[in-house]
Design a protein around this ligand. Structure first.
Ligand code: ADP
Ligand code: MG
Length: 599
């Protein structure tokens, strides 16, 4: 039964604009379908949603008598009085979405309620509701919204390009589809199928359908109830963290939410494993008694208020941290977060030996020296003189010196990670990855700005899966990738084919480069013209992917070539991510360590 809400309830409901753009229409219609108990939801979006949005479901349907009320403001079947506001389990409850949509478009509902022999249709154009008339319909409801904002041209002006609006629409479908266990979803953009989630899909399979198998396969999964909070979490291992925005989605009782507290707490839990500028992907599903939540804070209902937010957030932090600590992080490789953000200022200790496996390193970073068992490398083996020596990085010396001149051939390589060489009165240690990244970055920037990136063609195109959601932005991304020398074509609704890559980055894994260009939220062209720093950040990411890694075996002539290129750099003080490229140990310090001077 749809009823008009009593005035006092209306007043208690936060007012606000519900329909800002095509994506908002998709969101409201999909939520209505789920509220109606649908087990399948089919979404079509044409021309970014400007032309037409259609959402069809197999839910409870709307009876003939209720149809005219569906477009009426503050009419809802989901809420009767003020008390109900305190325990809302459905998505909708304000009864204003369809009214608002009907006011700014040419909308039509065709529906057949369960158990009814006939279906009925009703239209609404610019707020004028027509009469209900019989129409053939399967069980369920189909809402079609055409020419959105036809009577509010100012609104139209604020819309982005069709692909950008379409991508937002798809994001809303995905946000609804991921937590909706047991519900099948499809989405087509301009007739092209971009999402297909069967009803039986698991959470992980839903994440895979939306964002690609590569990420979904690696997610650390945890299910736990703590302090009245149920948490189902899917957490990317830290080594997959990115320097750019990634999917970090929180859901509360099946509803996507944006909550600063939740984000902060998950970030905090990852902090022990990650450099601060790296972003891990995560999907966190929270289950909480609806009485402990106030969802009515935000017009689009994405913000919630926990009644006992401290308790909830503490429990969440605990669950995520435990999961990360318990997961096997030892497989991680160089790069993503495997370094400490600031240079150590503790006394020099003997370099790690064989015991200092990656696992040990993880433990050190995870628990901090206070809680951790002292790693072997920090214990003082009997007879080794490790105390009372000068700090390795005294405060008064620049911690990140430029790469100094090294005579040809006078270096050794250590641990396939560092280059060690005397230079003047210093002993120099160079991080091969950091330095190569810097070199690539400078050369790439020069070539991109000159519009002269050299390409290397692939004999056979290489396929890279990027996920359906990101494919919605394909045209935009491909155009800007092309400026970088990365040639892409669309191969399938979730896969790109790579035909050429920038010659400078020929060493990179093709998949990593594609990831990097799809990660960017704005097209490179815009970055080029708008913001020098943004361009640089992107080139940093690419350079990082293309650079040799710690552990890569380099030949002497490769080291020579690297040092040679570095010597021509304008400034090679730090790798673009802020790590030092080299560290100098003055000969005087060595002499003091060996008690040659100073007493
Ligand atoms: P709300 O969802 O806040 O109740 P809406 O304006 O979105 O408000 O919808 C108004 C009413 O129309 C709903 O309360 C519901 O009864 C009915 N309705 C809308 N969409 C559907 C649907 N897909 N299936 C069944 N009923 C629907
Ligand atoms: Mg609704």
């Amino acid at each position: 039964m749809i009823r008009a809400l009593p005035k006092n309830v209306v007043e208690r409901i936060a007012a606000g604009e519900v329909i800002e753009r095509p994506g908002s229409v998709v969101k409201e219609l999909v939520e209505n379908a789920l509220d109606a108990g649908a087990t399948r939801v089919d979404v079509r979006v044409d021309k970014g949603g400007r032309e037409q949005i259609e959402v069809a479901d197999d839910g409870a349907g709307i009876t003939r008598g209720d149809l005219p009320l569906a477009f009426a403001a503050h009419a809802t079947s989901k809420l009767e009085d003020v008390d109900d506001l305190l325990h809302i389990a459905s998505f909708g409850f304000r009864g204003e979405a369809l009214a608002t949509i009907g006011a700014v478009s040419r909308a039509r509902i065709v529906s057949r309620a369960r158990g009814c022999v006939d279906g009925y249709a009703i239209g609404c154009e610019g707020g004028v509701v027509g009469d209900a008339e019989p129409a053939a319909s399967p069980f369920g409801t189909r809402v079609t919204v055409r020419q959105l904002f036809f009577n509010t041209p100012a609104r139209l002006k604020f819309l982005k390009s069709d692909p950008a609006e379409a991508a937002r629409c798809l994001d809303h479908v995905i946000a609804a589809a991921i937590p909706a266990d047991g519900v099948a979803f499809t989405c087509a953009l301009d007739g092209r199928s971009v999402l297909n989630v069967p009803a039986a899909a698991t959470r992980r399979e839903r994440i895979a359908a939306a964002y690609g198998d590569t990420l979904a396969r690696e997610l650390i999964e945890v299910h736990r109830t703590l302090d009245g909070l149920h948490v189902d979490a899917f957490l990317a291992p830290p080594r997959l963290a990115k320097a750019r925005s990634v999917h970090q989605d929180a859901f509360l009782n099946g509803r996507p939410i944006t909550d600063a507290g939740v984000r902060a707490v998950v970030k905090q839990a990852y902090r022990e494993f990650l450099a601060p500028q790296l972003q891990p992907a995560w999907f966190v599903f929270l289950g909480l008694d609806p009485a402990d939540v106030d969802v009515n804070v935000h017009p689009a209902k994405r913000e919630v208020r926990f009644r006992e937010s401290q308790r909830v957030l503490r429990a969440l932090h605990h669950v995520v941290l435990d999961a990360l600590r318990g997961a096997d992080l030892s497989a991680r490789t160089d790069g993503a977060g495997a370094w400490t953000p600031s240079l150590p200022s503790r006394p020099f200790v003997a370099p790690p030996r064989a015991e200092a496996s990656p696992r040990t390193e993880t433990i050190v970073r995870t628990f901090g020296t206070a809680e951790a068992p002292t790693p072997a490398s920090e214990r003082s083996p009997p007879g080794e003189c490790v105390r009372e020596v000068a700090p390795l990085f005294p405060e008064d010396r620049p911690a990140v010196p430029a790469v100094p001149e090294i005579a040809p051939g006078r270096f050794v390589r250590a641990f396939d990670t560092y280059i060690v060489a005397p230079s003047g009165e210093d002993l120099v240690l160079i991080d091969q990855h950091a330095l190569h990244e810097r070199v690539l970055f400078e050369e790439l920037r020069r070539d991109v700005l000159a519009g002269a990136v050299k390409r290397q063609r692939l004999l056979l195109p290489q396929m890279v899966e990027v996920g359906r959601s990101r494919m919605a932005r394909f045209d935009e991304v491909a155009a800007s990738a092309d400026r970088l020398g990365l040639e892409l074509t669309a191969f399938s609704p979730s896969t790109v084919a790579v035909h050429a890559l920038p010659a400078l980055l020929a060493r990179a894994r093709v998949g990593d480069l594609v990831e990097a260009v799809f990660d960017e939220s704005r097209p490179l062209d815009a970055a080029l013209h708008r913001d020098q720093r943004e361009l640089e950040e992107r080139l940093h990411t690419l350079a990082c992917r293309g650079a040799v890694k710690a552990g890569d075996v380099l030949h002497d002539d490769e080291v020579m070539a690297l040092l040679d290129a570095a010597s021509r750099l304008p400034e090679a003080k730090a790798c673009p991510h802020g790590r030092p490229t080299s560290v100098k140990i003055p000969r005087g310090d060595l002499d003091r360590w060996f008690k040659r001077t100073g007493f």
